[in-house]
Structures are given as structure tokens and as C-alpha cells.
Design a protein around this ligand. Sequence first.
Ligand SMILES: NC(=O)c1ccc[n+]([C@@H]2O[C@H](COP(=O)([O-])OP(=O)(O)OC[C@H]3O[C@@H](n4cnc5c(N)ncnc54)[C@H](OP(=O)(O)O)[C@@H]3O)[C@@H](O)[C@H]2O)c1
Length: 341
Amino acid sequence: MGESESRRVVVARRGGPEVLEVVTENMPEPGPGEVRIKSEAAGVSSYEVMLRGHWFPGVKPPYTPGEDVVGLVDKLGEGVTGLEVGQRVASWTFGDAGCYSEYVCTKADRAVSVPQGLESTDAVALVVNYLTASLALHKTAAVKSGERMLAHGAAGGVGSALVHLGVQADAEVFGTASAHNRNLVESMGATPIDYRNDDFVARIRDLTGDGVDAVFDIIGGGRQLWRSAQSLRKGGRLVMLGMAGAVKGGFKIIPPTMAVVGLVKLMPNGKTVPLGPGMEKYPAENMDWYRDSLSEFFDLAVSGKMRPVIAEEFPLLEASRAHEFMERGGHAGKVVLVTES
Ligand SMILES: NC(=O)c1ccc[n+]([C@@H]2O[C@H](COP(=O)([O-])OP(=O)(O)OC[C@H]3O[C@@H](n4cnc5c(N)ncnc54)[C@H](OP(=O)(O)O)[C@@H]3O)[C@@H](O)[C@H]2O)c1
């Protein structure tokens, strides 16, 4: 491969992990106001696994997946100030994807300095999952100190971020997870609930009496969401964050999910389903919030107060193995693609 070339992973068509192909092409050039990042680590999320295999509005094949990246600034586009070539930064591309690449061009105001003492793999795990969790926790549900919250999938990427940030906000946190992740959830500061063997609604009632103030549901599906609503006390907020259940069930779980959301909204029991600002829309007017939040996560990680959980690392060019791994399930934390220098 020549010096003016780079490689990226492409979803060539919808299908299994084998549709992830590596293409070599000319090095991308940063446009005005952009920087080029030489990737060291990129995150993998279950959203990307779902999108690869199922129909979903938005990107259509061929496209390069990936929404978070950490690496070295490699080239500055016209008009960029405040960043230097060689500086290590983290960035995100919500909605635009493109981070399963050796070189990523991104808007310069989305490049946040990564402090020394933080591995690129840890830093990348703090980007999309923690920004998503923080937006849901602080803006959508507005969880206050002393309130009780339930995070589903507490050992997963977004779920573990919700647990960490809930604990940082002095909430009382409960988290559903498989039995083998019990110790992990406990070590993050939450009370684990084994969702496979226990009835989580009954456990929440046993543990709290009248329920929790907020439930964060990343699983989706009619029955799941209805039961999440049953875990709330009066005045509680049900926040829908994802549909990890679609990895196995496909997007046919969307209609019953939406039907239950409508039902819970209509019932006169004081429970609400707040719709927070979307991850793609919010940044335009609130870039400082994103940048400040990310810097804060990095500081908390460096100080050892909030270490992200890394499930497994795979070479970038073997992204298909990372997708196979995520589809098998049973992992804990964030799956990361690393780029060999
Ligand atoms: N709204 C946004 O902006 C945004 C951003 C990022 C992600 N998301 C969404 O968040 C969801 C999760 O993504 P992720 O990357 O965190 O996935 P992940 O790392 O694969 O985590 C999913 C977790 O869910 C657990 N789980 C599966 N079924 C469960 C159930 N019935 N009850 C409780 N836990 C269950 C799994 O545990 P076991 O393996 O033990 O079963 C796993 O730990 C996806 O739908 C994604 O699209 C949304």
C-alpha cells in the first residue's frame, strides 16, 4: 500500500459479518474546518451490528460503519486553529458513521484532546456510549442526587456507562445483567439483577418498595418496555434508548415497542416517557456540552474514578470478527477496533 493510500472497512450489502470488506483508496483530505485523524482505536456498538444485518432508515450500503474514533491529528484543513498535528484526540460522527477507517476526516470542533495516562482504547469507549448515557441521564430523565434508577444491559456498552454516570450523580443504581456479570455490575456501584433468572419487576419492588424514579431501556420490545414501566414509581420516567433486542429479534420488535410507549403515555398514572434531544441533533447548538462532558469523562477515567469496561480488542481490518463476537453475546463492556501503526 502506498503512502497516499489508506484502508477502511465497508458494509458492501446487508447480511452477516462476512459483508464487511476492506477497501484501499486514496487518502481522504480534510475539508475547510476539518481535521484528519490517524486512527488508533474505533468503537463498535450493537447498533452497527443491527444496521449491518437489518433494514433501518438512514445509511444504506455501501457505507463505512463506526461513530467514535481516537487517534493522532494528522492534517489540518483550511482555517483550523487550536489543534496541532500529532495531538491525540477523540471524535465522533453521530449519524454520519465512517470511523472503521485508518484515517478519519471530522469537523475540528468535534476533536477533543485525550490526556496522557489514558489509553486510546479506554478513551474511545468513553465517547458515544458515555455521551449517549449522559444525555439520557442528565437531559432526558434529569435524574437528581438520591433518586433511584434502573439501567438495563448494565454490563453492556451503554448500560455500563449509565451505571457509571448514575453513580457519579449520586443516584441509587440498579442494573440488569446476566449472572456472570454480577460482580462487574456490583464493582461499578450498582445493585445487580439477574434478568435471565429473576423477574426484574418483582426484584425492583422487593428492593425499593414503590419502584424507581427512572428506567433506561436499551432492549426494546413490547413486553420488555411494559415491564420497565411497571418498575417505575409514580412520577417515574421511562427513557427508551435503543433496541438491543433487535440483534436477535430483528426490527419487527419496533411496532410493539412503539405501541407500549403510546399506552404508557396515555395512562393517567403520573409516569412519563420523555423524549430527549437526539444524539445527532443536539450537538449543533450544544457543542460545548459535548466537549466539556467528554473532557470530564477523560479526567474521571485518568483519576481512576470511572474506568470504562473493555470487552475485547480486534484489529481494525478484522472488523468482521468483532461483529461475530458481538452477535454471539455474553460479553461485557465496549468492543474496540485497534489500528496497527
Ligand atoms: N440512543 C442513542 O443515541 C444510542 C447510542 C448508542 C447505542 N444505542 C443503543 O443502545 C443499545 C445497546 O447498545 P450497546 O452497544 O450498549 O450494546 P451491547 O454492548 O451489546 O450491550 C447490550 C447488553 O444488553 C444485555 N441484554 C440483552 N438482553 C437483555 C435483556 N432482556 N435484559 C437486560 N439486558 C439484556 C446484554 O447482556 P447479555 O449478553 O448478558 O445478555 C448486553 O450486556 C443498542 O440498541 C444501541 O442501538 C443508542
